[in-house]
Design a protein around this ligand. Sequence first.
Ligand SMILES: [Fe+2]
Length: 337
Amino acid sequence: MNRPGEWSRRRFLLQTAKFSALAYFGSSQARSSVIEASSPDPQAHHVLMLGDWGTVSDLDQQIAVALAMKQWCSDYGIKPDALLMLGDNFYGEMPGGVNSDRWLKQFEQMYPSSSFPGPVYPVLGNHDYERLRGNKVETQLAYTQRSSRWSMPHRWYTVQVPKQNPLLTIFCLDSNLPGSKGLDPWPWSFVMTKEEHEQQNKWLEEQLNSPRSTPFLAVAAHHPLYSNGIHRDNRALIEEWDLLLRHHQVDLYLSGHDHDLQHLEFHGHPTSFVVSGGGGARLAGWNTQPTPRGWGHRVLGFTDLELSHERLTIRHIAKNAATLYEFSKNRADAPHT
Ligand SMILES: [Fe+2]
């Protein structure tokens, strides 16, 4: 279903994506496939995700993306099972902590329960770790007790979607790692402690070594391992998690940080890498171009992850609520399901 006047741009972008991705997929036998735009299935389960949304100076852009999310759900009759907030949830000061009016303006009213009744699962970004008055990490953890939807029980935690008969397990991680292996502890930010880092690694390995209970498996964190955007590949995170993703046949790695939308694939790699960082913050750096390893576009928007028993579909959606790009993975493709 297309709204009037949108088809030509949408088709151009999709065909551009298809062309560039086929050059890669055709030669690599990757497990994912780019397909023509399809209408989302309102009977399927949906997780909407976005990163880099809690802006201070570009509120109009956050509003535009939030309106597009509502429009998308309204157009297709979708009631998302959950929202996944991919970090940089709050840029700048949050005076009052859990009592800050930013919770009302930029979360509760911005993404209202009338459109998004399900739980909201956040991960922490570098801006959430800014050294400012108050501690935005502790504030976001504490807000879980105040909210019927905001659900961050710990800096790293597991969720399953849907809650009944789940199809997808998501390990939500904190990618603000200590050390100097390429991750940037800014002078104006702090990071996890060494002890927290070790605890997370131990926990993650235990989780991944547990029997898999859903057909699909994802890891979500703010920083991408691989990116065609301004931050490029993150060597420290590749060293940290890439072998785990491969070994445990993780289907998706979901991230933000680069203010764009991307999908990257690598020959023989079981994981599809998705960047969704268009939630509202200012678009910066160069335009993300399609490359042999994937697709990207520096644009405001969000991402819809559709789940059925047999297939997951990722759709990158622009702020006009039109599909920019889409790919899917079949359950049969996953060797350990
Ligand atoms: Fe970031």
